[in-house]
Design a protein around this ligand. Structure first.
Ligand SMILES: Nc1ncnc2c1ncn2[C@@H]1O[C@H](COP(=O)(O)OP(=O)(O)O)[C@@H](O)[C@H]1O
Ligand SMILES: [Mg+2]
Length: 344
């Protein structure tokens, strides 16, 4: 078996805040294999961006602190690279697309200028060559009439077009891994679908891997090979998309699935466009400055038992692939053979 492209083990990150130390991530482990799409999902505040920013070492320290863990990418432990070595990884091996396409682009410069800068940062091109590359890059992300519109300013473009430009910038140096942090959250439903389709197509055409972050499982289910469900800085469940959707083992995963529109996970619809309210998950995240002992989902869990409020819950492998962190799932699984505790 070849090593995964990205391997995260036992990642724990805290933030120093006025109210105390906040444990944003507490023992996160998952892999992204070559050429695969992994979706990292969970509601707002669960630690998705903290995970992405940890991979790129973009969390400012302080307030962030790496408590423990390992992030191996292409065989190297990113957490122990020098800042100089890290610059060679960031943007060159790993591309990143953030949520808000307006703030991520500089309003003062044309999109062409910003894309050309990104290209020239990594490769020795003349301005003319870089401009040709930029036009080709824009064409690749479905930007209409790239030669004529390359000199547009960000405010002259729609949100979807700006997101396409950001994707072109992220791809400027042919990354092997693209991290997209809620790339469609700020966009309306039709455009959302188009951007996801584009990411999927690029992944195939360019043979990259994709770590796709979203708070809505329904949005990413159709393009993800695997799903990692994060709750309050802890991986609650992970596994192949099909089995996670058809047989979710964690009560939190089930709650996330129930909040997807009834037309199913492949429909790119938001709650607003459906025009009817969907069940939302009752309650709020625990205070990460003093998380409860036991399971972090206990206060909101419909199936909670005494043990969940006292004992640490291990991540347990499932027989059909994947893993779950729930005592009740463990019991169900024990009825079948081959349940082993995940080493990580
Ligand atoms: N710079 C920061 N300082 C203090 N707390 C932070 C900082 N960044 C994130 N957090 C906290 O860490 C937790 C995880 O945040 P984040 O990774 O942004 O969640 P998500 O991306 O899933 O919405 C949240 O409780 C958030 O308030
Ligand atoms: Mg986020």
């Amino acid at each position: 078996m070849t090593a995964p492209l990205l391997r995260i083990r036992d990642l724990a990150v805290s933030f120093a805040t006025y109210g105390g130390v906040l444990q944003a991530l507490d023992g996160v482990s998952f892999d992204v294999d070559k050429g695969r799409v992994v979706a990292l999902v969970g509601e707002s505040g669960c630690g998705k961006s903290a995970t992405a920013l940890s991979i790129l070492r973009l969390l400012a320290s302080p307030p962030a602190r790496l408590v423990r863990g390992e992030i191996r990418f292409e065989g190297r432990d990113l957490l122990h690279l020098s800042e100089r070595e890290m610059r060679g990884v960031r943007g060159a091996r790993i591309g990143m697309v953030f949520q808000d396409p307006m703030t991520a682009l500089n309003p003062v410069y044309t999109v062409g200028f910003q894309l050309i800068e990104a290209i020239r940062l990594h490769r020795k091109f003349t301005r003319k060559e870089a401009r040709e590359q930029a036009i080709a890059g824009l064409a690749k992300v479905g930007f209409p009439e790239p030669a004529a519109r390359i000199d547009s300013y960000p405010h002259e473009l729609s949100g979807g077009m700006r997101q396409r430009v950001l994707i072109a910038i992220a791809l400027a140096c042919s990354p092997t891994l693209l991290i997209a942090d809620e790339p469609t959250t700020a966009l309306d439903a039709t455009i959302q679908a188009q951007i996801l389709e584009l990411l999927q197509k690029l992944r195939v055409d360019l043979g990259m891997s994709l770590l796709l972050i979203a708070h809505d499982l329904g949005v990413v289910a159709s393009i993800a090979d695997e799903v990692v469900v994060l709750y309050a800085g802890v991986v609650m469940e992970r596994g192949p998309t099909a089995s996670l959707l058809s047989a979710p083992a964690h009560p939190y995963t089930r709650a996330l699935l129930r909040s997807i529109p009834p037309s199913g996970p492949t429909a790119f619809r938001t709650r607003e466009t459906k025009g009817r309210s969907l069940p939302t998950i009752e309650g709020t995240l625990p205070d990460l400055r003093s998380p409860p002992p036991g399971c972090r989902f206990q206060a909101r869990c419909p199936d909670v038992v005494d043990r969940c409020t006292t004992d640490a819950v291990p991540l347990t492998s499932r027989s059909g692939g994947g893993a779950v962190r729930c005592f009740l799932a463990e019991v169900a699984e024990a009825a079948e053979p081959a349940a082993t505790t995940d080493v990580a």
